[in-house]
Design a protein around this ligand. Structure first.
Ligand code: ARG
Length: 565
């Protein structure tokens, strides 16, 4: 139910056209405390036109509104310049719980997208390098955003724009041919390829001819040399195998793995078009697009030796995506350090007169820190992300062993809790904030963690089992005084989804499921839910609704909700 709308309609009828319904709706606030009512309308804006002090207007209007109470409202109260509206709790309980019972996991669905397509560029790690914390953040945020957009009626296409092309592959081939062995790469591909890459740079300091060799191998690769291509493909396949272990643990799938290499034969038409439109300029032998009018540095399209760049591939990729998917929006979930790059891409596409350039949206995020410093692959010691997830899963397993050793499917549940902990830890903060990495914090069952929310849901599920709850036809009769805080949270779910999608911000949902969990756990502590009285099944109907919404909220974050833990 949209009670805000209802309240604004009542008010609009009383003030005779001084403000429209929509204007009133925007003015209505949520009081800080529940005892101050459910919605507050500030009369300050009316004071000017009505030439009366706000408090007097509030007093007058609230007494006139008393006659307007219709099933949904209980009373109106003037406090200072505000009119606080109190909803009829029993009525809200009846309507809301019935709505959730009927819509189930579709409660909160919105039809903003009208089945139009949105592409989302996410994860996009670099081949032959470790999967970094930045790539984890992109994976987790991007996956959640795609789920949120789907809930809002969009079709989403998840694209893993693998970093699988560039001069570094020439260096890697050189290094492999000098020092590498097949067995070593097969045994630990990422570590071994990284070690070769590092060795190349160390050796190149005293043997500068290696750099030239690296460039030569890259040129051969670009020209389709069979040996170079075979090695490159092998490095790529081995790396992908490793990355897929991470995706499997997190339960994430992609619609496309078209990475940078995919665009090798698709850049020329774009370069050609830039040329035809007179947008290419020479800069010391290199080809650039001037972006002065956007107050941006020029975008480099081709180096002086004719080599293409990361940006060239992104321009070709954007065009390809539009032609292939006709997106209305195209999101790029990539670290904040690439903001300039995406501004340039969008501006170049706008200069090329592609109207869809408007739909290009960079969704940036902050860094993952360890002890206040950027987490990086320290020399010699690689922090493999798969190990981070495995550690978290192991800790979760140990917790289960300590607390609930007889639990069925312990291993599966440990994966849900262990990965859920890592994901929630990331998503509970607004994405632009840097976050401090701490495994122990992530797994705490008390506090703002994934396991806390999962545990709350498992508690709700256990109540439903113990109370032998059956979702009946659902005429709920609850006075709803004690349930009010939980009901208020449940009611806020659709608005939360809307804010999350408008701001591209999964943390809205993470914070929401924390609030709902807290309200529910408080209720659980205060009320004997399973007491055999007339309201028992209605209380369980509330518990059931809480579980539906918690599970759906977690799902939108990309987190599973075990029924028991
Ligand atoms: N592979 C890049 C990196 O690790 C990220 C790619 C992001 N996507 C894109 N279309 N540029 O920095």
């Amino acid at each position: 139910m949209e009670y805000v709308k209802l309240y604004s309609e009542l008010l609009a009828a009383e003030i005779g056209g001084l403000l429209t319904c929509n204007e009133i709706e925007r003015l209505i606030e949520k009081p800080k405390f529940l005892h101050q009512g459910d919605m507050a309308f500030p009369c300050f804006q009316l004071a000017k036109t009505m030439r009366k002090p706000p408090a007097a207007i509030a007093k007058d209007l609230s007494s006139r509104l008393q006659h307007q109470t219709n099933g949904s409202f209980n009373r109106f109260e003037a406090v200072g310049g505000y009119i606080n509206a109190f909803l009829n709790k029993a009525n809200v309980a009846k309507e809301l719980l019935n709505e959730i019972r009927q819509k189930k996991n579709h409660y909160g669905d919105l039809d903003l997208g009208e089945s139009q397509t949105l592409t989302i560029d996410l994860s996009s790690p670099n081949i032959a390098k470790p999967f970094s914390m930045g790539h984890l953040r992109s994976t987790v945020i991007g996956n959640s955003l795609s789920l949120i957009y789907e809930k809002c009626g969009y079709r989403t296409v998840k694209i893993n724009h693998l970093g699988d092309w560039g001069t570094q592959f020439g260096k890697l081939i050189t290094a492999y041919k000098l020092w590498g062995t097949e067995e070593k790469v097969k045994a630990e591909p990422i570590q071994e390829l990284l070690a070769l890459y590092i060795k190349f740079h160390e050796a190149a300091e005293s043997q500068p001819q290696l750099e030239q060799e690296g460039r030569d191998w890259f040129r051969r690769l670009e020209n389709g040399n069979a040996e170079a291509l075979e090695l490159w493909k092998w490095f790529k396949d081995e790396s992908l195998k490793e990355f897929k272990k991470i995706y499997d643990l997190m339960g994430i799938e992609f619609d496309s793995y078209a990475g940078e290499a995919f665009y090798n034969d698709k850049m020329e038409p774009t370069v050609e078009m830039l040329h035809e439109k007179g947008l290419l300029e020479d800069s010391d032998g290199a080809q650039v697009v001037n972006l002065d009018e956007y107050e941006l540095p020029p975008c480099l399209i081709k180096k002086s030796d004719g080599a293409t760049l990361y940006a060239t591939r992104d321009l070709a990729a954007a065009r390809y995506r539009f032609e292939e998917y006709s997106f209305v929006k195209s999101l790029y979930v990539v670290g904040n350090e690439q903001s300039l790059h995406f501004k340039q891409i969008k501006s170049v596409l706008a200069k090329m007169d592609f109207p869809w350039a408007d739909g290009i949206i960079h969704v940036p995020f902050g860094m993952m820190l360890k002890d206040g410093k950027k987490m990086s692959t320290r020399k010699g010691k690689v922090v493999l992300l798969e190990n981070v997830l495995q550690d978290s899963i192991q800790l979760a397993e140990k917790n289960i062993e300590d607390k609930n050793p007889s639990l069925a499917n312990k291993t599966d549940i440990a994966v849900m809790v262990g990965t859920g902990a890592v994901v929630f830890h990331d998503l509970k903060n607004f994405r632009m904030n840097d976050i401090e990495f701490s495994l122990e914090d992530m797994l705490k069952v008390e506090g703002e963690t994934g396991p806390y929310v999962q545990y709350t849901n498992a508690r709700a599920q256990s109540l439903l089992r113990k109370g032998a709850f059956e979702a009946g036809s659902g005429e709920v009769n609850l006075a709803a005084d004690r349930e009010w805080a939980v009901l208020t949270e449940l009611q806020a779910f659709p608005d939360t989804i809307k804010r999350a999608v408008e701001k591209n911000d999964p943390s809205q949902i993470a914070k929401y499921v924390l609030n709902l969990s807290q309200a529910f756990n408080k209720y659980y502590g205060e009320v004997k839910i399973l007491e055999d009285d007339a309201e028992k099944n209605d209380r369980l109907q509330l518990v059931h609704s809480v579980s539906i919404v918690l599970e759906e909220g977690l799902r939108l974050l990309g987190i599973k909700a075990p029924k028991e833990m």
